[in-house]
Design a protein around this ligand. Structure first.
Ligand code: SF4
Length: 72
């Protein structure tokens, strides 16, 4: 099982715009919370699955809709 393929194992981070997927050399996948860089309430590497998070914001999907996501 890979975490990237299993949203249930990851929880909210799998769909959060603040999450970055980190692939280690050993094939392990981590989720880095970008909010941790500016807000100490958030761990850099959240313990998964994250089932509840005040910082969660759903990431915008751009599956051929022609819309571009605005950063920031
Ligand atoms: S804000 Fe919460 S849900 Fe989003 S990446 Fe950080 S820990 Fe995960």
């Amino acid at each position: 099982m890979t975490l990237a393929d299993d949203g249930a194992a990851v929880g909210l981070c799998a769909r959060c715009r603040h999450a970055r997927v980190i692939h280690s050399d050993r094939g392990t996948i981590f989720y880095l919370c970008k909010r941790s860089e500016t807000d100490p309430r958030f761990p850099r590497y959240p313990r998964l699955p994250v089932l509840s998070c005040v910082g969660y914001e759903e990431k915008e999907e751009s599956a051929g809709s022609g819309q571009s996501a605005k950063a920031g």
